[in-house]
Design a protein around this ligand. Structure first.
Ligand SMILES: N[C@H](CCC[C@H](N)C(=O)O)C(=O)O
Length: 277
């Protein structure tokens, strides 16, 4: 069968987006890995799947698969592309779209200027929310990794994030420490590893080594996690502009039990069809 898809990106974090509302297909883990391959397949950081909702209060079910085939709880850049896609495909005419994810509900709002604003819910820091093996919630945890003793913040945006403050993201040891943090045994479901440089209380630079995909040009939930940890640690104040290699995101969070919002672009690149072997 031929599966119709759309290639999209959020600040260079790129996606294959598939409508399984009007199409039917079963995508196995090995197939997803093949499709994700940038030489033998279509190539993407994540596969985003649009399905009918299971919860009648929601408009869609939003499923996310990393390039390694693992299904995950959330994808922030993907959420913005999801909102553009379902409107472009006329699966909805709403400007405010409620979606259910494995990590909880999200509200996506397509703004008049074409940017998309996502209500990411309340960031959580308790170790069990990630999960992370630690005795209690702390602003910073000590992590022994690759022969080094690091001080990290941890946060869940539905998916797990470790955030390491660095002096300069350009010289940060992302290639060496990223995989070691991702696979650290204290993160039973692995973790996304963010490297955050504080420019000012309202501005950071960030690189993210993503769980299941490696370093990407941008990570939406990673930007949210870095800002949430930075605000908690007293380093940052809302709103914060996050400069990622692929571009900028605006993150707002009033702290405590307030919902955190992320605003940024969503770009459609091309439509295609692929034979599912
Ligand atoms: N690699 C992430 C999923 C994609 C997150 C990222 N692309 C975003 O924009 O939030 C994880 O395994 O939790």
């Amino acid at each position: 069968m031929l599966l119709h898809f759309t290639k999209m990106h959020g600040l260079g974090n790129d996606f294959m987006v598939v409508d399984l509302v009007t199409q039917r297909a079963r995508l196995e883990e090995a197939q997803i890995r093949r499709l994700a391959d940038r030489r033998f397949g279509i190539g993407f950081d994540q596969l985003l799947v649009v399905e009918p909702p299971r919860d009648p209060d929601m408009d869609f079910r939003y499923r996310i698969f990393n390039a390694d085939g693992s299904e995950v709880e959330n994808c922030g850049n993907g959420a913005r592309c999801f909102a553009r896609f379902v409107r472009d495909q006329r699966l909805t005419h709403k400007h405010e779209i409620r979606v259910e994810t494995a990590g909880g509900p999200l509200t996506l709002r397509v703004e008049d200027d074409g940017q998309v604003r996502v209500d990411m819910g309340v960031p959580r820091f308790a170790p069990e929310a990630l999960p992370f093996d630690a005795a209690e919630d702390r602003l910073r945890h000590t992590l022994e990794v690759a022969g080094e003793r690091l001080e990290i913040g941890v946060a869940s945006l539905g998916n797990p994030h470790a955030v390491l403050r660095v002096e300069d993201v350009d010289t940060a040891p992302v290639a060496r420490l990223g995989p070691a943090i991702e696979a650290h045994p204290r993160f039973p479901r692995r973790v996304n590893a963010g490297f955050m440089q504080v420019v000012s209380p309202h501005e950071i630079r960030l690189r993210v080594y993503e769980r299941g995909s490696g370093e990407t040009l941008a990570c939406g939930t990673g930007a949210c996690a870095a800002v949430a940890c930075g605000i908690r640690q007293g380093l940052l104040e809302s709103p914060v502009t996050v400069h990622l290699p692929g571009g900028d995101l605006r993150i707002e969070w009033a702290g405590d039990d307030a919902h955190l919002t992320m605003t940024g672009p969503a770009v459609r690149v091309f439509d295609g069809r692929v034979a599912l072997g």
